[in-house]
Design a protein around this ligand. Structure first.
Ligand code: 4AD
Ligand code: MG
Length: 505
């Protein structure tokens, strides 16, 4: 049986097959935590139940050894899944060599090098399960709403999202590029099938090692005929709420393993997301406009001064305790206790200092932000800190957006794009908008962006033959997984991440 199904087998004799993640012994009993990929199970190997031979075999089990365990499944409230296996028979499948990843802390590069093994650890397991539930919820939403899933090609002849992030490959002696986005093909398919979505790998050659960037990531791109950008924003909101609500429901165990506070998600699924124009967003960022009585600059300054006083307090506390430790009359037990407390305080000091160190940069960037520029990572952080819910920023200066974006007829300096910025410092997770239908404006833009016109002739056909208003968006799967799981870095959200400097394992 699989561990995830064991509640159906209480009090019966079953066999589970899996790997040893942890073991400890006490007087004639070996306790093993077994994982089989579907869950974790405490197994009790008592010498009196299994006999001497099996018991001796149990004692040589190393971390990640694979086994088959037979026994009676009983209830035990103290266990995470409320179950425990009283083993009657042990069969060793393979004894593992010394596993490189243990319970002690490892560096990020070390773990990245061992990604093929790191995936077996509990946190990574939980993230991959949540990723799976997110993917399922995404399909569920679109299928229920009558969208047709279609696929865009991966080899392309042209850029969709700017020429600076193209991966060039050789396609039968001609240059081809790995797709940056399925959108342009999605537009063609929307004219054939109406509401569609693509779900595929996309590539960006950014030489960027930030916590938000991958070179290869999965994008979900719906495209809707006869939609404008307001309707598009309605879909985005409903879509994200639906996915989050399904994941909250199905991933309770995994979210708990990650220690993820889900109170915010409960609010998100019930409330409309604030919609603000780019122009308003810039005012808020620069402290020229308040949000519910909160000002971005004074909030940042207050946060900084709070952090600074916390740093002073921590330093004082550490110094006092260090003085206590240096006292020669102090008992050994007490000294060790204080020493471990000092260690904790030092870690807290380090993370507080790190938090404080970002704020002056954020302040600088916010104050000096030039209207008309794209929002940078730190600007997004400052802005989203002013709101609890995700925000939708729309009507962007057309010059910083892609060539296909619909110009606002009443406001020709702006284009009808929308970005969704996730709270808690995560920033952009969705980018989209209404598409330009004016063929002449499109041709002008294609030239302005230095794109090869012949590669876009087919795209211009979509405007020649029964052109209609249409809109859509792209969600970066890993950005969503990262935010939902609250991971430090996006590289934990995909089984084998590819980013600048990382092609293996
Ligand atoms: O904002 P982007 O570049 O928009 C497009 O590609 C549009 N063609 C989408 C559309 O309208 N159909 O990318 C969309 C999303 C971003 O909001 C982000 O979530 C994700 O894709 N993304 C990345 N994720 C990880 N690593 C990267 N390097 C990413 N670049 C974009
Ligand atoms: Mg974008």
């Amino acid at each position: 049986m699989y561990i995830s199904e064991l509640h159906k087998g209480i009090e019966s004799e079953i066999t589970v097959k899996g790997w040893v993640t942890n073991s400890r012994s006490s007087k004639g009993i070996e306790f093993i935590v077994l994982r089989d990929g579907t869950g974790y199970l405490q197994c009790v190997i008592d010498q009196n139940n299994v006999g001497e031979d099996n018991y001796n075999e149990a004692k040589i089990l190393t971390q990640e050894s694979s086994v088959e365990l037979t026994g009676k499944i009983i209830e035990n409230e103290r266990e995470e899944n409320g179950l425990e296996l009283l083993v009657s028979k042990l069969l060793i499948v393979s004894i593992s060599e010394e596993f490189p990843i243990t319970n002690k802390a490892h560096g990020v590069e070390f773990l990245a090098d061992k990604r093929h093994l790191w995936l077996r650890s509990k946190r990574q397991w939980a993230i991959m399960k949540i990723r799976n539930n997110i993917i399922y919820a995404i399909h569920n939403f679109f299928q229920k709403e009558g969208f047709v899933q279609t696929d865009a090609p991966i080899f392309t002849a042209n850029a969709a999202e700017g020429t600076t992030t193209l991966f060039e490959t050789d396609f039968y002696d001609n240059p081809a590029y790995l797709t940056q986005s399925g959108q342009l093909y999605g537009e063609a398919m929307a004219m054939a099938l109406n509401k569609i979505y693509t779900f595929g790998p996309t590539f960006r050659a950014e030489k960027s090692k930030t916590r938000r960037h991958l070179a290869e990531f999965w994008m979900i791109e719906p495209e809707m005929a006869f939609y404008n950008n307001e309707m598009n924003m309605d879909v985005i909101e409903k879509f994200l709420q639906s996915v989050i609500s399904e994941v909250l429901d199905k991933s309770k165990t995994e979210l708990k393993i990650l220690d993820r506070d889900t109170a915010l998600f409960e609010k998100i699924i019930k409330n409309e997301f604030p919609r603000i124009t780019y122009t308003e967003a810039v005012k808020i960022l620069k402290g020229e406009k308040d949000v519910n009585g909160k000002n971005s600059l004074t909030t940042l300054e207050a946060d900084l001064s709070d952090l600074k006083s916390k740093i002073e307090e921590l330093k004082k506390d550490i110094a006092e305790r260090e003085k206590m430790v240096s006292d020669t009359n102090i008992k050994k037990g007490k000294r060790n206790f204080i020493k471990s407390k000092i260690g904790q305080l030092k870690n807290e000091l380090k993370s507080t200092e790190e938090k404080a160190s970002y704020i002056p940069q954020w302040l600088e960037s916010a104050k000096n932000f030039e209207f008309g520029k794209d929002l940078g990572g730190s600007d997004e952080t400052v802005l989203t800190r002013m709101f609890e819910l995700p925000i939708m920023v729309y009507n962007w200066p057309h010059e910083i957006k892609a060539f296909y974006m619909k110009r606002d007829a009443d406001n020709p300096d702006f284009a009808k794009g929308v970005d969704v910025l996730a709270p808690e410092g995560y920033g952009e997770i969705v980018g989209g908008g209404e598409r330009e239908t004016n063929k002449d404006l499109l041709i002008e833009k294609i030239n302005e962006h230095g794109l090869p016109m012949d590669a876009f002739e087919w795209y211009l056909d979509l405007r020649r033959f029964g052109s209609v208003p249409h809109a859509g968006f792209g969600l970066g799967l890993e950005r969503l997984v990262s935010w939902i799981c609250k991971t430090q870095h996006i590289r934990e959200t995909i089984p084998f991440p590819r980013y600048y400097g990382r092609l293996t394992p």
